[in-house]
Design a protein around this ligand. Structure first.
Ligand code: NAD
Length: 417
């Protein structure tokens, strides 16, 4: 799967490069990361023994500015998967006009198997291996799947120690006390809802009559659900890795999260209004969720969930790609033919990196931003990027994805030249 993900991401780039008529020397430089670090992280475990973990940092391209991208801790982390995600970061930062290039990192680990102390030693060990090649103006990591503000705090502390001075702009997604920014936690989901509102305006979707299903109920899925619910949209199903729930009259995400915290999973949390009751809903699988008759489908979990096998069965009219790479290229051609409109990941989920940029600025200037300012500036940047993509797609009669990649790749290619 990860190798396939990289090949797909590369294929997508090559398709646009051909369309843009890019010179072969530019294609050579962009089809692979500029640098990929692959290293061992020996960690002393609580039982006194050393265990060796494997880490990666992929630096795809820095023509527009320092590399930027998260570090994920997951058993499925692989070199190819990290390479693909770093390439997507280059396009994403370019599309929304940030002065950053693309990077990504990861460690092959199930973090649930480590104690807090072991996790801290692993995180500090990661920084020890990459520290000469990262920094506020070189490569700025952030949290990703299974990493969080605490891990960024350990990492930034380790980096600052190695450099002999406090450098909070070396990482983003940090706790507020370490120059973290208000609004970062909800930024990606919030940004997705800005896109949802844009679609609503264009296609005259009335929130109370518009149904949504959301795959993934982690950081992105939850906040997307929460803000969409606040705007009056009707969320009829959500899911997590173990499966999902369906509530025909619409569910309340905050109640569902509270219920999940008690039960440990969302199965059985059928919460409508302010009440959770089993008679409100039914269990559904992730497969069923993707194929439900609904207005908007929001994949917010993992890559490659909409494939050529299930694309013919998707009944949603609109897809907002909140996960990275949730739709395969083959699935996309099927969806395009079926006139299902899909908002590409590099636009839909860019809210997180935009607010990371604000955090980077704040950490450099040591001047705190108010949350209102964060969310207003985020809306302005994402709204403008959406309009540009939509205008180009209308003008050239191409998909939103093609238009987004066209704008993003063109800008990076010009910078290289
Ligand atoms: P997370 O770990 O907080 O949540 C992931 C959710 O997906 C969980 O609910 C999990 O149970 C569910 N899930 C995992 N595997 C699944 C599967 N096979 N089928 C269905 N559900 C599954 O992660 P997150 O931060 O919410 O990130 C989700 C996606 O969004 C990832 O693709 C990530 O790269 C992307 N993304 C995240 C951010 C961010 O700011 N967090 C920004 C941009 C993109």
């Amino acid at each position: 799967m990860p190798e396939k993900f990289f090949l797909q991401t590369q294929k997508q780039f090559k398709k646009i490069a051909k369309f843009l008529n890019l010179e072969s020397e530019i294609i050579q430089q962009l089809k692979e990361p500029q640098r990929i670090l692959k290293f061992q992280i020996p960690v002393r475990m609580d039982n006194g023994k050393i265990k060796v973990f494997f880490g990666f940092r992929s630096q795809h391209n820095n023509s527009l500015g320092p590399y930027k991208g998260g570090i994920r801790y997951h058993p499925n982390v692989s070199e190819d998967g990290i390479k693909a995600l770093s390439m997507l970061m280059t396009w994403k930062c370019s599309l929304v006009g940030l002065p950053f290039g693309g990077g990504k990192g990861g460690v092959i680990i199930n973090p649930l198997e480590l104690s807090k102390n072991e996790l801290e030693r692993l995180s500090r060990g990661y920084v020890n291996k990459v520290f000469p090649l990262i920094g506020p103006d070189i490569d700025i990591p952030a949290p990703d799947v299974n990493t969080n503000a605490q891990i960024m705090a350990w990492m930034d502390d380790e980096y600052s120690k190695l450099k002999g001075k406090d450098l909070p702009a070396a990482f983003t997604g940090k706790p507020l006390e370490m120059w973290g920014i208000k609004g970062r936690e909800e930024a990606t989901g919030y940004g997705g809802v800005i896109i949802l509102e844009k679609l609503s305006k264009i296609f005259d979707l009335k929130p109370e009559k518009t149904t949504l299903v959301i795959q993934g109920f982690g950081n992105v899925g939850y906040y997307f659900a929460r803000f969409a619910f606040k705007k009056g949209f009707k969320i009829i199903a959500i899911s997590e890795a173990e499966g999902g729930i369906y509530v025909s009259k619409g569910l309340n995400p905050e109640k569902t999260l509270k219920c999940k915290e008690v039960k440990g999973k969302i199965a059985g949390c059928y919460c409508a209004g302010s009440v959770c009751d089993t008679s409100f809903g039914e269990k559904i699988t992730n497969k069923e969720l993707l194929q439900m008759p609904v207005d908007v489908l929001v994949p917010a979990a993992v890559e490659n969930v909409i494939t050529k096998e299930n694309a013919p069965k998707i009944k949603a009219k609109y897809i907002i790609e909140m996960a990275n790479g949730p739709v395969t290229p083959e699935a996309l051609s099927i969806l395009n033919k079926r006139k299902v409109l899909s908002v590409p990941d590099i636009l839909a989920n860019a809210g997180g990196v935009v607010v990371s940029y604000f955090e980077w600025l704040q950490s450099k200037e040591k001047k705190k931003w108010k949350k209102r300012k964060v969310l207003e500036e985020l809306s302005a940047i994402l709204g403008k990027a959406f309009d540009k993509v939509r205008d180009l797609s209308q003008r050239e009669k191409i998909s939103l994805r093609k238009a987004a990649y066209f704008i993003a790749i063109n800008k990076v290619a010009k910078a290289i030249k």
